[in-house]
Design a protein around this ligand. Sequence first.
Ligand SMILES: [Zn+2]
Length: 122
Amino acid sequence: MEEHASLRPAATDGGTTGREAETTILVLLADPEVRRLGEEIRLEELRLGLHLRARYGALQDRRERAVREGDHAVHQRVCPGKHGQWGRICILDAGHESADPHWGVNAEGQPVAWVGSAPDDD
Ligand SMILES: [Zn+2]
């Protein structure tokens, strides 16, 4: 049986495609408009995080108590969403994503809310 060409793995190019993609990403990230939008998103995540603190602050207390006391039942039902690279760990219960953004505190201890996932969500 003949294998269809589209099902074969792509030919290796010595990493050229990967380097070109990395260069393109670096150029995009250096663009002033992309940087401005990134800052705008960061500020909106902080604004929303602060707004939702009244609703979710008790869950932050629950998570901190569970960490201190080694309460595995709490850890098992917490959302797997995290942006560890930015020091964020969602403290809401798993399954909330269809109704609420992820919510937690950032590395500076500020409440932060965000949507979506990141490559380090594992
Ligand atoms: Zn979450």
